[in-house]
Write a protein that binds this ligand. Structure first.
Ligand code: ZN
Length: 181
C-alpha cells in the first residue's frame, strides 16, 4: 500500500538524503558570481507529513551567496515547488486511475487534503505541467509518448520497479520543478 510510504521513516529519510546530496552539489557549484555559498535554509511547515518524521521536512535547503547575497535554493525531491504539501502527497493524491488510486483516496482522506486542493493539483498535471520547459525538453525520452490526459499515473508507470521505487525515481525526475528558474 503506497500511502504507507508516508509513514515509512526509511523511505522519507531516503528523500532527505537525496535532498542533502543535491544541496552538496549546489554548494560545490558555488554562485555564478564566484562567491561562496552559505547555508540559509527556509523553514517549512509541511502539510501531509507524519509527526514522527516532521523534523526531516521542516526546512527547505537553501544557500545565500557571501558576495552578491543572491539565493541559491536547491532542487528537492521532498517538496514540489512552493506547495505546502510534500511532493509525494501531491503525487499520490493526484492519481486517479492506476493501481494505487485506492490508496490515493486513502491519502486524501487520511491527510484531510481539501477536495479543491486535489482538484487544483489534478488540473496542474493536465494543463500546466505538459507546458513546463522541463517537460517540453524531456518528454521525448519516453517512447511511446506519455499520454498527457492520464498524468501523473501515465508517467509514474514509466518508472520501473516497485511502487516505492517508481515514485522515488519520478520525484528525482521532477526535481527541476522544485526550483524557479
Ligand atoms: Zn554571488
Amino acid at each position: 500500500m503506497c500511502h504507507a510510504l508516508l509513514q515509512n521513516p526509511k523511505f522519507l529519510s531516503l528523500l532527505l538524503q537525496i535532498d542533502t546530496d543535491l544541496a552538496t552539489q549546489t554548494r560545490s557549484d558555488g554562485c555564478p558570481c564566484g562567491g561562496n555559498l552559505h547555508r540559509a535554509d527556509y523553514p517549512r511547515k509541511p502539510k501531509g507529513c507524519p509527526k514522527e518524521v516532521r523534523h526531516a521536512f521542516d526546512s527547505r535547503l537553501s544557500f545565500c551567496c557571501g558576495v552578491c547575497r543572491k539565493r541559491a535554493t536547491c532542487a528537492s525531491v521532498r517538496f514540489l515547488g512552493r506547495r505546502v504539501y510534500l511532493g509525494l502527497v501531491v503525487l499520490l493524491a493526484s492519481v486517479r486511475r492506476w493501481q494505487i488510486s485506492a490508496s490515493a483516496a486513502q491519502v486524501v482522506q487520511m491527510l484531510e487534503v481539501p477536495q479543491r486542493t486535489v482538484a487544483r493539483w489534478r488540473s496542474w498535471w493536465l494543463q500546466i505541467f505538459p507546458a513546463t520547459p522541463m517537460w517540453v525538453a524531456d518528454c521525448a525520452r519516453f517512447m511511446p509518448p506519455v499520454c498527457s490526459e492520464h498524468l501523473p499515473h501515465s508517467l509514474i508507470e514509466r518508472f520501473e520497479g516497485s511502487t516505492a521505487s517508481s515514485l522515488l525515481h519520478l520525484l528525482v525526475f521532477l526535481r527541476p520543478l522544485s526550483v524557479r528558474h
